[in-house]
Design a protein around this ligand. Structure first.
Ligand code: HEM
Length: 503
């Protein structure tokens, strides 16, 4: 009798669950239709071919077994040329929209900002290793974090920063052979930006460029940081399967990274308590933050997130730019002529850097041709639309269902001849003379989540490039390979920057 009752109860529960699910499903469908009708949406005609539309085995198979394509970015660019600037693709149980249309990207990042959030997969991959900071936050937690961070950047004094950069540049010079022997500049740029970023963020440099063995703890930190960032990239590549992966070495590295940063947090909080005036001089971001909050976890997470945001991106930009300069002697010569005419052989001031037009064009052109964040994504936080991509001509609005991803491609957008003029795949700094691409050019993102460190990154890059060209009369690549991306947290050159430099 009791087992019959149990079975009936179970059936009733299952029926109730099924009815609730069906009810929600129908409500959801009705809501999507209402949104679609109200905004005049039409189905996307452009669809990427998939073999399995129902379960999405293509996607799971790709995540697990397909080797990353060497020239993935060129592949995506060609796909847009075949399928148009916006197309959809069935990915497992959901649909992803791919776009390089600047009008759609402007909508995701600015006019429709509230309808989109950071993708769950990115948030989970980063949060597990770096904690919860500006790169993983959405909504009011994000706006609070941004409001706290902004004044810490505004406080930075440009000439103090330039002086700090000079110390690290001198350490870089000591690593470059004087006899013209080949050197790979890429790892040197990564070390330099790590030394500088830890210096301005925490007031204590890792000194990895310094050959002295007395910095063993710092070197361990840099190795651990690399382990964590490699694991984040691996998790992102695994997509939804990331929840099944566990990397013990990365977890150990994470706890050492936390420990390392915690020491500086304790020191900053102590200084803050003592009202040390130097603590508020504005050069050290951690001290600026410690004046606003004493929550150690929050301090650590924010510092780690800014380290990721600032270090890899700037190193990639320097590497990509010098990769091209070492293959274009006439551009290098023109750049050197400008820098030396304005600043001579002495380190340039921030005002002098500001007047170096050709230097700025070279950096802009590098970020156009090889953007260091070439692709990005947002997740729809409600049923919403993209203004273009629907209908036969792609000019009608397109429905984006709640939870679906929009992948936007800056690499392809930056190759629009209609915006950038002829030969968009060539490195031509002169194209920037009078060019105002607006939303067609987004190396630093746009809208409310625009890069907080943009001015900072440009000052750092302009200074270091000016010092390199002042110091070296020529730079020559030792092989004539083409630029192929190395796709990580930020994008750099797969084969390094192997060059010989002459003073
Ligand atoms: C060449 C150098 C750089 C490039 C190309 C770059 C690019 C970007 C991009 C594309 C984003 C948007 C990411 C997204 O929302 O998905 C971003 C965000 C951010 N960047 Fe940068 N960045 C650079 C350097 C820096 C530096 C030097 C700092 C700090 C000193 C910095 C701090 C940040 C922060 C804190 C965010 C998050 C902003 C937010 O979500 O509100 N970046 N950056």
């Amino acid at each position: 009798m009791s087992s019959l009752l149990d079975t009936r109860c179970l059936i009733l529960c299952l029926f109730f669950l099924l009815a609730t699910y069906t009810f929600h499903y129908i409500c959801h469908q009705i809501h999507q239709r209402q949104v679609s009708r109200a905004k005049g949406c039409k189905d996307a005609q452009s669809k990427a071919p998939v073999k399995d539309r129902f379960i999405g085995f293509d996607f799971i198979y790709d995540c697990l077994f397909t080797k990353p394509i060497d020239k993935y970015l060129d592949y995506t660019y060609k796909t847009f040329r075949q399928l148009g600037p916006t197309y959809v693709c069935q990915r497992w149980t959901w649909e992803a929209t791919y776009t390089c249309d600047s009008r759609n990207i402007k909508h995701i990042l600015a006019s429709g900002f509230d309808d989109f959030k950071l993708p769950r997969l990115r948030v989970n991959a980063m949060m597990g290793l770096l904690g919860s900071g500006i790169f993983t936050l959405n909504g009011h937690l994000w706006s609070h974090a941004r409001a706290v961070l902004r004044p810490c950047f505004a406080k930075q004094n440009k000439d103090d920063m330039v002086n700090m950069l000079e110390t690290h540049f001198q350490a870089l010079l000591r690593r470059i052979p004087l006899d013209g022997a080949t050197v790979d500049l890429q790892p040197l740029f990564f070390w330099l930006t790590m030394d500088f970023a830890t210096n301005f963020l925490m007031g204590h440099s890792t000194h990895v460029l310094d050959r002295a063995s007395s910095h063993a703890k710092e070197k361990q930190f840099v190795d651990d940081y690399l382990t964590c960032s490699t694991e984040i990239v691996r998790k992102m590549q695994l997509g939804p399967l990331q929840m099944f992966s566990f990397n013990f070495a990365a977890m150990k590295a994470r706890s050492r990274v936390f420990q390392y940063i915690d020491e500086f947090i304790s020191a900053s909080l102590d200084k803050e308590r003592e009202h040390d005036e130097a603590a508020n001089s504005g050069l050290n971001v951690l001290q600026g933050l410690a004046a606003l909050t004493t929550d150690r976890k929050q301090l650590r997470d924010q510092i780690l997130h800014i380290l990721v945001a600032s270090r890899d991106t700037t190193a990639c930009l320097l590497s990509n730019l010098f990769f091209v300069l070492s293959r274009k002697p006439h551009i290098y010569e023109k750049l050197r002529y400008e820098v030396v005419s304005i600043a001579g052989t002495k380190p340039a001031t921030s005002n002098q850097l500001n007047s170096m037009e050709y230097l700025k064009w070279c950096v802009q052109e590098s970020l156009r041709l090889h953007p260091v964040i070439p692709t990005n994504a947002r997740e729809a936080s409600k049923d919403t639309i993209l203004p273009h991509g629907g209908g036969k001509d792609g000019n009608s609005p397109l429905l984006v269902k709640k939870g679906n991803l929009v992948m936007y491609n800056i690499y392809a957008m930056h190759r629009d001849a209609g915006v950038f003029g002829p030969d968009p795949e060539a490195f031509v700094p002169e194209r920037w003379d009078g060019l105002r691409p607006g939303w067609g050019y987004l190396p630093f993102n746009g809208g409310p989540r625009i890069c907080i460190g943009q001015k900072f990154a440009l000052l750092e890059t302009h200074y270091l490039v000016s010092r390199m060209v002042q110091t070296f009369e020529t730079i020559k690549a030792n092989e004539d390979t083409e630029w192929i991306e190395l796709y990580a947290l930020a994008t750099t050159c797969k084969d390094g920057v192997n060059v010989s430099l002459k003073r």
